[in-house]
Each structure stands twice: as structure tokens, then as C-alpha cells.
Write a protein that binds this ligand. Structure first.
Ligand code: PBG
Length: 343
């Protein structure tokens, strides 16, 4: 496109004065667009969430997340090796626990040999150069699909925190690098910090899921770890309402005070205002979780030919950077790393 209208043509409606201010000068060619580019996505921005299941030799596709497989430990470790080779700095595993090991208190989370802890140990041994960010919410381990201990219709806060702290120490013992508690109980960050320190894990960090919203975007995740069918009611008594931004900031402030090393916002794209506010307010490393439903939306539209899936994938991730995020947990991580590696 030629920038040919430098001589003001009086028949045009562009004002003589404002007509001198042309934003398009800095957009006129690829070289200048590259010069003025403010944000960039790199492989260092990617954290890859993966689903682990029991058994061996298993890599099964998930209906609502085309391109994502649920893998047994052996297969998952191979995939993590590949991710590390692509330069992805960290992964976030979520376990699909056998049904008969789930109970109302999620007691199996405290088994040092559970699927999660075994995966952590195996991965640490086989792929020592990738970061392991692990969740300590009880939902994969409970028979009712809630993130905490359910008593008389209530998710009891303090008892759940006791469980969560023990689980965090066990995961750190197994080799976890960062504990990322997603269950949204009050006081958990401080409790986990004290628990880790008392166990000699001063170097294990905490990524706070400070602002986790009660969202409809988690559907495909619940299918992946088989909690969807179990869940009674909703999580509105512990996750934040999508209507509330100021409340989210108060929740985040508590986690910062209690010693969080990093912050996370979840889901991602509908909550970019929260990403920006958290980064601005606290200045901590800040991450967004582009959750399963966000992934599914993009995939579904792309598979119908309604959007260019690759383009939208890259655009959404770049937008997280613009909104102040230091990185993104995304199921696209491996696809993106491959794509970035090629350019
Ligand atoms: C629960 C948990 C959720 C996700 C990860 N851990 C939400 C939920 O099931 O309520 C969602 C991740 C995703 O949707 O990708 N502790």
C-alpha cells in the first residue's frame, strides 16, 4: 500500500492539522512494524499443563481438547523430554486418579507413591532441566470432585489447608520446584510457606492461583481428570465470582503478604484486566492460565474453518504479554514452541 496522500487534497475530509498525524507511518512496512513491536512471545513464556493417568503405554486423546492426550507416566516423561528439548521452561501436571482411590477427604493425596508423586520423581530423574509446577488441590483425589474436604455440605477451610500443606511437602520431597495451590482456601499460602520451610524446602517456590474465578471454562479439564461427573453443586463458595475484580485484588494482596513468589490468574483471556491490575499492583512475576475451555473454543472454531486456529493461538498468547503477563500456562505450549523454533 502506497502512502501517496501526502499532498492534502482539499476534496478529502481529513482535517489539515490532524492530517499530519499519521499513525500509519509506523505501520507501512514489515521492517518498521518489527522496529516498533512492543511485545513478543518466546518459548520462555510457555508453561505446559499435562494430564497424567495410571497404567503404562497410554496416550489417549481427549474429546473436548483435540490435540491434547492424557498420558501414563512413561509416555508423559517422553513428552516432557521433548518439551524440554524445545526449550519450554516448565510443566504443570494434573493427575487422573483411579476412581477407587478417591474418597471424601482426598486422603490419597497424602500417599507418597500416588500417581502425582511418582510422576514428579520420574520426571525429575529423567528430565532434570525442566521446572515442575505442581498443584495441591484435592479435586483429583476426592469422590465428590471438590477441591477440599466436604463436611455437612461445606468445604471446610482449615482442615483442607492442613491436608494441602502435607501434600505440598510430599510433592517437594518428590522433586517439585514450585507449588501452585489451586484450591482457593484462605491462609494456604502462608501455611504452605511455613510447612515447606520447616521441612527444609526453602528453595521451593509458591505460585499463587491468587485469582481463580468460578468459571464455565473448566469443563474439558474436568473430563480430562474425570471429576466432572462427580462434582456436586458448584465451587462458588471458594472460587471468586467473575463479577468481582476488586475482591480478586484483595485476595491477591493476601497471597502476596503470605509469601507468594509468583501470581497466577485463571482463566486467562476473559480476565486480562485482572492480569494487568495484579502486575501493576504487586510487580511479582505474573502468569495467566489459558484454561481448557479457552483451548477448546479455539480448536472447535478452527476445526470448523471459522477462524485460523494457528493465528488465533499466537494472537491470544501475545495478548497475555501485552496485558502484563510474564508467561502463560497453555495447552498450546508444544505447538507454539515448535512454531517459534521454525521462525
Ligand atoms: C481445580 C482445577 C481446575 C483446573 C485445574 N485445577 C478447575 C476446576 O476443575 O474447577 C482447570 C484447568 C483447565 O480448565 O484447564 N483445582
Amino acid at each position: 500500500v502506497k502512502n501517496g496522500d501526502t499532498v492534502m487534497d482539499k476534496t478529502h475530509l481529513v482535517d489539515e492539522i490532524t492530517g499530519h498525524r499519521r499513525m500509519r507511518r509506523n505501520r507501512k512496512a514489515d521492517w518498521v512494524r518489527r522496529m516498533v513491536q512492543e511485545n513478543r512471545l518466546t518459548v520462555d513464556d510457555l508453561i505446559w499443563p499435562i494430564f497424567i493417568t495410571h497404567g503404562t503405554g497410554i496416550s489417549e486423546p481427549l474429546a473436548a481438547m483435540p490435540g491434547v492426550n492424557r498420558m501414563s507416566v512413561d509416555k508423559a516423561v517422553e513428552a516432557v523430554k521433548e518439551a524440554a528439548d524445545l526449550g519450554i521452561p516448565a510443566i504443570a501436571p494434573f493427575p487422573d486418579i483411579e476412581m477407587d482411590l478417591r474418597d471424601p477427604t482426598g486422603s490419597h493425596i497424602l500417599d507418597a507413591n500416588n500417581l502425582m508423586n511418582r510422576f514428579i520423581r520420574e520426571t525429575k530423574k529423567a528430565v532434570p532441566n525442566i521446572g515442575l509446577i505442581t498443584d495441591v488441590a484435592l479435586d483429583p483425589f476426592t469422590s465428590h470432585g471438590h477441591d477440599g474436604i466436604l463436611r455437612d455440605g461445606i468445604i471446610v477451610n482449615d482442615e483442607t489447608v492442613d491436608h494441602v500443606v502435607k501434600a505440598a511437602v510430599m510433592q517437594a520431597d518428590a522433586g517439585a520446584d514450585i507449588i501452585a495451590p489451586s484450591e482457593m482456601m484462605d491462609g494456604r499460602i502462608g501455611a504452605i510457606r511455613r510447612g515447606l520451610d520447616a521441612a527444609g524446602h526453602q528453595d521451593v517456590g509458591i505460585m499463587s492461583y491468587a485469582t481463580k474465578f468460578s468459571s464455565g471454562f473448566y469443563g474439558p479439564y474436568r473430563e480430562a481428570i474425570n471429576t466432572g461427573g462427580l462434582l456436586k453443586g458448584d465451587k462458588n463458595s471458594y472460587y471468586i465470582s467473575p463479577a468481582n475484580g476488586t475482591e480478586a485484588m484483595r485476595d491477591a494482596a493476601l497471597d502476596v503478604e503470605e509469601g507468594a513468589d509468583m501470581m497466577m490468574i485463571k482463566p486467562g483471556l476473559p480476565y486480562l484486566d485482572i492480569c494487568w491490575r495484579i502486575k501493576e499492583a504487586f510487580g511479582l512475576p505474573t502468569y495467566a492460565y489459558q484454561v481448557s475451555g479457552e483451548y477448546a473454543q479455539i480448536k472447535a472454531a478452527a476445526m470448523n474453518g471459522w477462524i485460523d486456529g494457528d493465528r488465533v493461538m499466537m494472537e491470544t498468547l501475545l495478548c497475555f504479554k501485552r496485558a502484563g503477563c510474564d508467561g502463560i500456562l497453555t495447552y498450546f505450549a508444544v505447538d507454539v514452541a515448535r512454531k517459534l523454533g521454525r521462525t
